[in-house]
Write a protein that binds this ligand. Sequence first.
Ligand SMILES: [Cu+2]
Length: 117
Amino acid sequence: MALKAFDVVGLEYEYRHPRTIAPTGLLRFTNEGLENHELIFGPMVAGVTVADVLAAPDFSAVVTDPVAMIAAPGETTEMVVSIDSGTYILVCYVANDAGESHVDLGMVSSVEVDDPA
Ligand SMILES: [Cu+2]
């Protein structure tokens, strides 16, 4: 049986993805933009919001076991992952030529992972 994939597209400066996904085995990140983009993807600690993560001094205290992938323009990269239900953050900390971090330009999102069982 083929692994179910969670497809994320990155571009300037946002992610496009389904709002809710079932736990999936294959995380697939495609860069449809003109700059390099990364996908840092991990479950937020219960009760933590995206705004809390962005304000937190210690990322690892609010997002547990994130994975990181980077894709050049036009590239697709994929990774087999094992994920549980919860709310996951997607964030890119790459900086553009002006020195602005993509996250500050809006490249951050979240997705609900919901186990249908
Ligand atoms: Cu980016």
